[in-house]
Design a protein around this ligand. Sequence first.
Ligand code: NAD
Length: 488
Amino acid sequence: MSISAIATQLKPCPIYIDGRARMSRGDVLIQHNPATGEPVAEIPICTHDEVAAAIASAQAAFPAWSTTPVLNRCRVLFHFHQLMEKHADELIALVTEENGKVREEARGSFQRGLECVEFACGVSSLMMGETVEHVGADVDGWSTRLPLGVCVGITPFNFPLMVPLWMFPVAIACGNTFVLKPSERVPRSSVRLLELVYEAGLPAGVMNLVHGTKPVVDQLLTDPRVKAVSFVGSSGVARYIYATAAANGKRAQALGGAKNHSVVMPDADMKHSATTIMSSSFGCAGERCVATSVVVAVGEAADPLLAALKKAADEMKVGDGADRSSVMGPIINSEAKKRILNYIDVGEQEGAKLARDGRKDPCCDNDGYFVGPTIFDNVKPSMRIAREEIFGPVLSVVRARDLQEAVDVVNASEYGNASSIFTKSGHTAREFSAKVQTGMVGINVGVPAPVAIFPFTGWKGSFFGDLHALGKDGVKFYTETRVVTCRW
Ligand code: NAD
């Protein structure tokens, strides 16, 4: 097929300013379907003027939206929720097309996103202030929570629907207006969310959408009209976002990368542990910030666990996420595939034992970007494959003598997103969750991502900021507190 014939078939990717979709005048990137490698869409890089117009649109919408009764704001989100449910299959298919996730994983991420909208629908009671009468003679005191103004969200490629939904529903329910800059690798899911939220009755300008890479992000971080920045992505960029936003007088929450451990005790139910860890490590092709990428097998747990993991990996069907028989889909693009294959070489050079080599799986020869499930045994905690975020289907097994040694392995990580323990002992589980330095802990759970009523609490190199996304933290992040002291 000629280049021009392909170009005419590429799907467009509009921006949103003043409540209207329009085409950007900027340069374009080509988006490829990760399962086939085929070009599917043209992704624009917004111009400076377009980004400025999106911020201006959000700023112009703020006075009316911030004084719209909170129940009316939430009512728009109830309609948005209904529309998301009505269009569920289409949204889920779009996530698979953009990101590669298999349908069931895309459905799971859709459901988790929907839960964020449900949480935001109830924001009115979380915005309540506090009152104390008689704080002085004839004096009362009370506090209120007020929206900030224009808020910005910058999101990663691995959850095209869910991560934007961690941010904007809570932000706009609190009375803010918003500019979203989704990952340039998966922006069309966000376009669809904007279409639906406007169909739900959102007033023009409350949500705006721009596309692009670092220069667009830098403009958002330095524009004085922007009051707050929410970011989810890799740790190096998260650190930069936090520092730059703070230097420009904005509040920021920047969620970064991860290296998560699952500790398996000898008394654990091995079958349950292996199945759960498989799905945590290789689900979403390992491209999940709460994926287990290191198993710490304690004592005699190691051999039966490794055998069960290898067996389960051998049985996994890897293929196009749109094919309902696939259990694991592709990774996002050719650069990611190159990086992951390089890490497998590094692991071999470092002397780890390659217990299962996903490079030899037939899927690796498919069009698209596939790497089969890969397992290293006898990994030392000092090795790069045990310390660095690979963000792909590569699992390292570290052997430890006892619980304390396992906890030391977890706590030596520069990251602190999530960790899990598999055990039948309540005492061991309690000791683990008390000692481990991660913000999210799973007990016999492989993906300890909290539901939306709780915050998403990464620590150490996995988070820069103080108020996390979602839960009461999310409401505090998107509001300012005012205290009134009144003598009447
Ligand atoms: P990324 O850091 O490459 O990109 C994230 C966003 O930042 C994108 O919108 C991108 O356009 C922008 N960006 C990239 N480089 C930039 C730069 N130099 N300056 C300014 N902006 C820049 O991340 P990714 O590859 O899209 O996503 C994967 C990463 O996200 C992994 O590290 C994963 O662990 C992390 N992640 C973390 C969480 C969490 O909750 N902590 C959740 C999901 C993903």
